[in-house]
Design a protein around this ligand. Structure first.
Ligand code: UGA
Length: 428
């Protein structure tokens, strides 16, 4: 099949590479010449495990084409996926301007050959109806098309595996022909396919991210109880999670959820609820607890600090990505700087992105040990594998004071105590 993906972020580029890998002819449309040239040369721009290899392989096979030109791609395509960003506005509402702009550009290039325009971007319920209206308005008279919603459930850091082994593939449309074409494209995937209407497909995505955020905030709330009572949150959640109705997955307390999805999608769902006159207290509490998780961790550092020289390990919002959007590290660094801390950071992938925000206000180390050298305390904000089995004895020698604040509970408190560390984690 021939398809187009508009946008080349985590969702767009990963989807494009995976579809191309199944033998499809895939066009990827961007709007920045420099980035399109980098992609053409096999540079994925973002860091995502396995993506560079998949990109290079499919470029070499001639199945992936990057372009700025809608005319080159749309008329040939059976399916066009919209995968552009929907960042939050100040009031929490999703900014849909890129989606609508892209819909207009697609519309102008549609032809008499039937095309499915399918949104993969996370968009509030009702958005695809608007996309349909825009396309109707701008498409030439002869244009044959239908609109569909195909939300994406991949996680950064494991995006390729998540796409290949999705728990479900959701296809929402009122057009039988569009559904048939999308089912054909997804035929090689063994995942369960849910075929539904547009609104349900749109809402499935928000409901999924909202329940994930709820599980995390709930775990953080229980961690607050544990800190006040001496209970051990990991033991509590291990036992609670053994109940199959609850499960342990996505119940890891810590310094809060970040990223470009959970924080913004909870806020956008609150905004949609407001417009629909629905009481969104539950979602507001999820967002509030996420803030409290960061604040609680910050206060722990401020109350127990041993001095101002601080090492921070882990800056990305989660491991295996260089993405720092809404990362707890930004909140912690900003606030420590306000309190006059001197900070030296290390992250395997996200240093470049953090430098864009903090510049020379903080220092950058080449490895965890260099960051820790002579520091009064070490703070862990992302659970990269390479921090989990770090040489703790060496670390103890290098640090000025053997103090660790662990925002992701990666170490055994007893082991750290026996090694002579003062160890602060979350809910233990
Ligand atoms: C999330 C969803 O998990 C994906 O299913 C969805 O497709 C994606 O958003 C999206 O909407 O595009 P992502 O944001 O990439 O994926 O990463 P997650 O693995 O969900 O992690 C989000 C944040 O939650 C991270 O900061 C992580 O550290 C935190 N988290 C996760 C916890 O604090 N505790 C947990 O138990 C799990």
């Amino acid at each position: 099949m021939t398809l187009t993906v508009v946008g080349h972020g985590y969702v767009g580029l990963v989807s494009a590479c995976v579809f191309a890998d199944f033998g499809n002819e895939v066009y990827v449309i961007g709007r920045n010449k420099e980035k399109i040239n980098r992609l053409k040369n096999g540079d994925p721009i973002i860091f995502e495990p396995g993506l560079k290899e998949l990109l290079e392989k499919n470029l070499k096979a001639g199945r992936l084409h990057f372009t700025l030109d809608y005319q080159e791609a749309i008329p040939k395509s059976e399916i066009v996926f919209i995968t552009v960003g929907t960042p939050p506005k100040n009031n929490g509402e999703a900014d849909l301007s890129s989606v609508f702009e892209v819909a207009k550009n697609i519309a102008k290039n549609l032809s008499s050959h039937f095309t499915v325009v399918s949104c993969k971007s996370t968009v509030p319920v009702g958005t695809n109806k608007k996309v349909e209206e825009i396309i109707k308005k701008y498409a030439p008279k002869k244009a044959q098309f239908a609109v569909a919603s195909c939300p994406e459930f991949l996680r950064e850091g494991s995006a390729i595996a998540d796409t290949l082994n999705a728990d479900r593939i959701v296809i929402g449309s009122s057009s039988k022909k569009a559904i048939e074409i999308l089912l054909k494209l997804h035929q090689p995937f063994s995942s369960k396919k849910i075929v539904t209407d547009l609104a349900s497909a749109e809402l499935i995505k928000y409901a999924a991210n909202a329940i994930l955020a709820t599980k995390i905030s709930f775990s953080n709330l229980i961690a607050f109880y544990c800190e006040k009572t001496g209970a051990d949150v990991e033991k509590v959640l291990d036992a609670v999670g053994l109940d199959k109705r609850i499960g342990r997955i996505f119940m890891n307390p810590g310094v809060g959820y970040g990223g470009s999805c959970l924080p913004k999608d909870v806020l956008a769902l609150i905004d949609t609820g407001k417009k629909l006159n629905i009481d969104t207290s539950l979602l507001k509490a999820v967002d509030k607890v996420n803030y409290q998780a960061k604040e609680n961790f910050l206060q722990k550092i401020l109350k127990n600090k041993q001095g101002k020289n601080t090492a921070i390990l882990g800056l990305s919002f989660k491991p295996n990505t260089d993405d720092i959007r809404f990362a707890p590290s930004i909140f912690i660094i900003e606030n420590l700087l306000k309190h006059g801390f001197k900070i030296k950071v290390f992250d395997p992938e996200a240093m470049g992105n953090i430098r864009k925000i903090f510049g020379e206000k903080i220092e950058y180390a080449k490895n965890p040990y260099e960051a820790a050298k002579n520091a009064d305390q070490l703070i862990i904000l992302t659970e990269w594998n390479e921090f989990k089995q770090i040489d703790l004895k060496k670390l103890k020698k290098i640090l000025k004071k053997p103090v660790i604040f662990d925002g992701r509970n990666i170490y055994d408190p007893l082991l750290l105590k026996n090694l002579g560390f003062k160890y602060f984690s979350v809910g233990r």
